[in-house]
Design a protein around this ligand. Structure first.
Ligand code: AMP
Length: 216
């Protein structure tokens, strides 16, 4: 099992670039946020447990997250190649991930930090729209759909995530600084961190990551 991690603040573009990286490298995109939103939609106990944290922009407890990640890794199998987006978000999660991978003789091979100034993050989150049906991500100005409010890919309805409102966005950025940013040092100390400037064109960010992954 080989894992790549996309690290960065909310709005850094992890979910947006993950699709292209998945297509071009074969690493399976695993977003813990998407897994939680699917659990919530399905009304599972995990989804119901996570809802209040997500609505407030707070982190869901580590044991809940590790449960869904373990379950997802079982589907990937021992030879799986996984691209994590939004996980790990705490040092406990990072340590547990290392332990789970080690059990299977696997490891984290790269950690890409998507580097974006805060003003750009806020603009991206406030303008973000997501397809209710397929989860495709748009931005009212930067990545507009061909027809306003409608997904180009599947014709689904675009909506604003409830946690993309300004107040929750600000809290998510504070939570990132307080609980997740320390992972930059954690992975840098292990020689795994690669900084990717990610405030510009999405295609440049994708190309930089794909080049590193394919170079090994
Ligand atoms: P995201 O789509 O990655 O922005 O995640 C949306 C929300 O889901 C976050 O604001 C958290 O409430 C929760 N969440 C997603 N991934 C994690 C994680 N690894 N640890 C804790 N909470 C998470």
């Amino acid at each position: 099992m080989d894992a790549i991690i996309l690290l960065g603040a909310p709005g850094a573009g992890k979910g947006t670039v993950a699709g292209a990286v998945e297509r071009e490298t074969g690493y399976a995109h695993v977003s813990t946020g998407d897994l939680l939103r699917a659990a919530l939609k399905a009304g599972t106990p995990v989804g119901l447990q996570a809802k209040a944290y997500m609505d407030a922009g707070e982190l869901v407890p580590d044991d809940v997250i590790l449960g869904i990640v373990r379950e997802r890794l079982e589907t990937a199998g021992p030879d799986g190649r996984v691209l994590f987006d939004g996980f790990p978000r705490t040092t406990v999660q990072a340590e547990q991930l290392a332990a789970v991978l080690a059990e299977q003789g696997g490891q984290v091979s790269h950690v890409f930090l998507l580097d974006v100034p805060e003003a750009v993050l806020i603009d991206r989150l406030a303008g973000r729209r997501v397809c209710r049906a397929c989860g495709a991500v748009y931005h009212v100005r930067n990545i507009p759909p061909r027809v306003a409010g409608i997904c180009d890919r599947c014709g689904g309805e675009l909506f604003q995530r409830p946690d993309d409102t300004e107040e929750t966005v600000r809290n998510r950025l504070v939570v990132y600084e307080q609980q997740t940013a320390s992972l930059i040092e954690f992975y840098d100390a292990r020689g795994l961190l690669v900084r990717i400037p990610a405030a510009g064109e999405r295609s440049a960010t994708e190309a930089a990551i794909v080049a590193q992954v394919t170079a090994g």
